[in-house]
Ligand binder design. Structure first.
Ligand code: DX5
Ligand code: ZN
Length: 218
């Protein structure tokens, strides 16, 4: 795909000024919403009640990233809230394909995420069961970490397979994406880019989004 999507992560936003921060990223394609349960990852953010308020407030559709255990129990309600996409972790799911089908039935795009140490081989034959595959370029749990360039072969492999099979699946990267790393990820085959600190750490988030977009399409 030639389309590039920039999804700012509100993990780097001001949690008590969320409405104002959402208003600063209206040129984004999606708002990336990191849900953490202090069990799948050693950090805690918020749950469905907060995400429902973000959904009601955001001018941009939501891209929910669930870093939680037992996604079978929790993921569907994020789709029901109206999130445009709901991504759960492959490592946490008992039956990823059934869960993806349930999310699609509710009306969300279904995403599956892999941590840096998780292979993607099992996904290659079932690419079209998902609308997006998220290759983590940091260990999930915290913003502001360094981009793991060693994940690029995984992306390239997914891109080659998607091309070979004529799949429309979106390939997303998350973690350490900024002006100096986004081109590598785009080159490897990503088309959807999550950026937290690079957007909300900038004086002008709108300009940061534009800069990332142009670096990714270079
Ligand atoms: C990390 C989260 C990311 C995080 C990225 O576990 O999934 O979405 O917000 O933050 P940066 O862009 O600062 O690495
Ligand atoms: Zn994320």
């Amino acid at each position: 795909s030639d389309t590039v999507r920039i999804n700012p992560s509100i993990l780097a936003a001001d949690f008590v000024n969320m409405q104002a921060d959402l208003a600063r990223i209206t040129t984004a394609d999606f708002v990336h919403v990191d849900v953490m349960d202090n069990h799948f990852v050693p950090n805690l953010t918020f749950g469905p009640q907060m995400v429902e308020r973000i959904q009601a407030t955001s001018p941009v559709p939501l891209d929910v990233h669930l870093m939680i255990s037992d996604p079978e129990q929790w993921a569907p309600q994020y789709a029901e809230i109206g999130a445009a996409s709901v991504t759960f972790h492959l490592e946490a799911a008992t039956d990823p394909i059934s869960l993806a089908r349930r999310l699609r039935e509710i009306g969300a795009r279904a995403g599956v995420a892999v941590k840096p140490a998780t292979p993607i081989d099992g996904l290659l034959d079932v690419l079209d069961e998902f609308d997006q595959i998220l290759v983590m370029t940091v260990e999930p749990g915290f913003g502001g970490q360094s981009f793991l360039a060693d994940q690029m072969p995984k992306l390239a492999h997914l891109r080659a397979e998607a091309r070979r099979r004529g799949s429309q699946v979106w390939l997303q990267v998350d973690g350490g994406i900024g002006e100096s790393t986004i081109a590598q990820a785009a080159e490897a085959g990503a088309d959807t880019f999550v950026a937290g600190s690079a957007v909300f750490g900038a004086d002008d988030p709108g300009r940061a989004i534009a800069a990332l977009r142009s670096e990714a399409t270079r």
